[in-house]
Design a protein around this ligand. Structure first.
Ligand code: SF4
Ligand code: SF4
Length: 245
């Protein structure tokens, strides 16, 4: 895949998405700030992916996500879903063309078009910035899939076949879902499964942290290093930052 194709994929659905967005009233989403009851600062979770540290032959993050969230692999590509995936992007450096592995997942947009178009408010943004789907509310209309400019949403055509993590439900058919940033882990002080798996390989290419905390590692990186976000021109304010893109 070359850079142009990559940008087409990540941006190609936006025009259809915006027309959908106008078809429904704007559904308000939570805004991070101070907790109204405690007055304490609310977290705003974000992610940094350093693609210079990511090896193209490694799938540790993808496998860990499948295990943690019961996202089954379906050999038939019509049914397969993936909350995190890797694509190779051709980049020209001087006279050379090299392949760079790019990890793609939900960007947990600060202004998420998927939440704006959801007619039943199954998709919403939490106060801490995580965009999530209530799978009990979702009616499977798939407007969110059309609205997402990053192709980050997948529709469960089938129930999960395997159930590796029995602390969580299987993925059920008829629901459109995406990465939850392992909210269940962050809520209990653990890092997302992909972050842990990547660290265990020694690469440490994925970092998750609180963008509202000026002392956090993610704040230090995003304020002192050159980082890029995908399709910033769309105004969705993605919270996944890339180093080396
Ligand atoms: S990347 Fe797509 S699914 Fe994720 S919050 Fe943004 S619009 Fe929604
Ligand atoms: S598929 Fe589900 S989450 Fe997506 S817009 Fe429809 S009801 Fe909302």
């Amino acid at each position: 895949m070359d850079r142009r194709d990559f940008l087409k994929i990540t941006g190609g659905t936006f025009l259809v998405g915006t027309s959908c967005a106008y078809a429904f009233r704007f559904l308000a989403t939570s805004v991070a700030g101070a907790d109204v009851e405690t007055g304490q600062a609310v977290k705003k979770w974000g992610m940094v992916i350093d693609i210079n540290k990511c090896r193209s032959d490694c799938t540790a993050c993808v496998n860990a996500c499948r295990q943690e969230n019961n996202v089954s692999f379906h050999a038939d590509k019509r049914w397969d879903i993936h909350w995190i995936r890797k694509v190779n992007v051709e980049t020209e450096i001087g006279t050379k063309t090299i392949d760079k592995p790019v990890v793609l997942l939900c960007n947990h947009c600060e202004k998420p078009p998927c939440a704006q178009v959801c007619p039943v408010r199954a998709t919403y943004k939490r106060d801490d910035g995580i965009v999530i789907v209530d799978h009990h509310r979702c009616i499977g209309c798939r407007y969110c899939m059309i609205a997402c400019p990053y192709n980050a949403r997948f529709f469960n055509f089938k129930d999960s076949e395997e159930w590796p993590n029995q602390e969580h439900p299987k993925r059920s058919h008829g629901v459109a879902e995406a990465c939850t940033l392992c909210a269940h882990r962050l809520d209990t002080g653990r890092m997302p499964a992909c972050v842990e798996a990547c660290a265990n390989t020694g690469a440490g290419a994925i970092i998750v942290g609180d963008l509202n905390d000026p002392g956090s590692e993610i704040s230090r990186i995003t304020t002192t290093r050159t980082v890029k976000r995908l399709r910033e021109d769309l105004g969705t304010e993605p919270k996944v930052y890339y180093i080396g893109l």
